[in-house]
Design a protein around this ligand. Structure first.
Ligand SMILES: Nc1ncnc2c1ncn2[C@@H]1O[C@H](COP(=O)(O)OP(=O)(O)O)[C@@H](O)[C@H]1O
Ligand SMILES: [Mg+2]
Length: 311
C-alpha cells in the first residue's frame, strides 16, 4: 500500500491561533514519515481562503485538524470538508456546533441525566436586571462566561450582583454572544481524554489539572505550567463514575474520534463543565499526555485516529 496523504490544517483566525500552530508542529513531529505524506495548510489570520481552493484542487486522503476555536471547531470547517467528501478525523458538524454552544450542550447533557452546574443564560442584548430574581435564587459566587468562548478568555467570578453586571457587560462588549452566569463549583477540576476506536469508546486517562487560582485560566492553559496530577486520591467508585460519565457525555453529544470532557468534582458530586472537540495537541497538551498514560505514543494515537476514519 502506498503512503497516505495527510493534510494538517492549522493557524486560522481564532484567539487560539498560536496554540494551533504548536499543535500542528507536534502532529508533524509525531506522524510516521514512512506511512504518510504530510502537507500543512496554514490558514491565515485574516480569514482569506486560498488554502480552500488548494485543498479542493488536490484533496488529501484525510485531514487532521490542528485548529482550535472559531470556525475550525464550531462545525463550519467540518461542514466544508463534509461537502467536499474529504475524510477528516474528529467530531462532525452537529457535535462540533453543539459542544461550541455551551448552553445548548448543557441542555442536552441535563436531558440525559448528566449533572451540570445550574445557570442562568443572559441572551445577547438583554438586561441583567430582568434575570435578577433567578440569579439571586441561584446564589453567589457565579462564574460568567461567553456562551461560545474558549481558552477561559473573558471568564470571571462574581461574588455579588455588581460584579456580575461588570462581568456581563465586559463579555457583551467583547463578544457578540450570550452570557452564561453559572454556579461556581469549588472543587477538583479534572479532564477526561476520551478516544474512540472501531469497537469502543474509552477514557485514555483522567487528569487533575491542578488549577492554582480560582479558574484554570488562559495563562495556565497556554503555558501548561502547573504539573498535571491524576485522580488516584479519589475513591475507586468515584473514578469509575467519572469515566462512565465521560463516555456517556461523549456519546450523547455525538462526539467522534477524540475529545476532552472537563469536569469539577465536589463532595462526591460530578459536574460536567464542557466538552472540547478539538482539544490542544501540543507536546504539553492533555491528549498526548493521556495517550502516553494509556501506553500509546502520540504517533500511535494519530495512527489509530487515521485508521479509524479510513477503515
Ligand atoms: N461552574 C464552574 N465552577 C467553577 N469553575 C468553573 C466553572 N465553569 C468554568 N470554570 C473555570 O473556568 C475555566 C474555563 O471555563 P470553561 O467553561 O471550560 O470555558 P472555556 O471554553 O473558556 O475553556 C474552567 O477550566 C474552570 O477552571
Ligand atoms: Mg474549558
Amino acid at each position: 500500500m502506498g503512503k497516505i496523504n495527510v493534510a494538517i490544517l492549522a493557524g486560522g483566525s481564532s484567539v487560539e491561533r498560536d496554540i494551533s500552530l504548536r499543535s500542528c508542529e507536534n502532529i508533524t513531529a509525531n506522524l510516521d514519515n514512512d506511512k504518510y505524506n504530510i502537507k500543512i495548510y496554514e490558514l491565515p489570520k485574516d480569514g482569506s481562503t486560498n488554502w480552500a481552493r488548494e485543498i479542493i484542487k488536490e484533496p488529501p486522503d484525510i485531514v487532521l485538524s490542528a485548529l482550535h476555536g472559531g470556525n475550525g471547531e464550531n462545525g463550519s470547517l467540518q461542514g466544508f470538508l463534509h461537502c467536499l467528501g474529504i475524510p477528516f478525523a474528529g467530531s462532525r458538524v452537529l457535535s462540533s456546533a453543539l459542544c461550541m454552544d455551551k448552553k445548548t450542550a448543557k441542555t442536552v447533557m441535563a436531558a440525559n441525566h448528566i449533572q451540570v452546574p445550574a445557570d442562568v443564560c443572559i441572551k445577547r442584548g438583554e438586561r441583567l436586571i430582568d434575570y435578577a430574581d433567578e440569579i439571586r435564587q441561584m446564589g453567589f459566587p457565579l462564574i460568567a462566561k461567553p456562551n461560545r468562548g474558549g481558552s477561559s478568555i473573558g471568564i470571571g467570578i462574581a461574588y455579588d450582583m455588581d460584579e456580575l453586571e461588570k462581568a456581563v457587560d465586559s463579555i457583551a462588549k467583547k463578544y457578540d454572544d450570550d452570557v452564561i452566569a453559572e454556579k461556581y463549583i469549588q472543587g477538583q477540576e479534572i479532564t477526561c481524554a476520551v478516544a474512540e476506536s472501531k469497537d469502543s469508546i474509552d477514557v485514555m486517562a483522567v487528569l487533575d489539572i491542578n488549577k492554582r487560582g480560582d479558574i484554570f485560566d488562559y495563562e495556565d492553559k497556554s503555558k501548561s505550567s502547573s504539573p498535571l496530577g491524576d485522580i488516584s486520591n479519589m475513591p475507586v467508585f468515584m473514578q469509575d463514575m467519572v469515566k462512565a460519565i465521560a463516555v456517556k457525555t461523549f456519546t450523547v453529544l455525538k462526539c467522534r474520534g477524540y475529545a476532552c470532557v472537563d469536569m469539577i468534582v465536589k463532595d462526591e458530586q460530578i459536574y460536567v463543565i464542557e466538552v472540547n472537540t478539538l482539544p490542544g495537541l501540543t507536546d504539553k497538551s492533555l491528549i498526548p499526555k493521556a495517550a502516553q498514560i494509556s501506553n500509546m505514543s502520540f504517533g500511535e494515537f494519530l495512527d489509530r485516529l487515521i485508521e479509524f476514519e479510513l477503515r
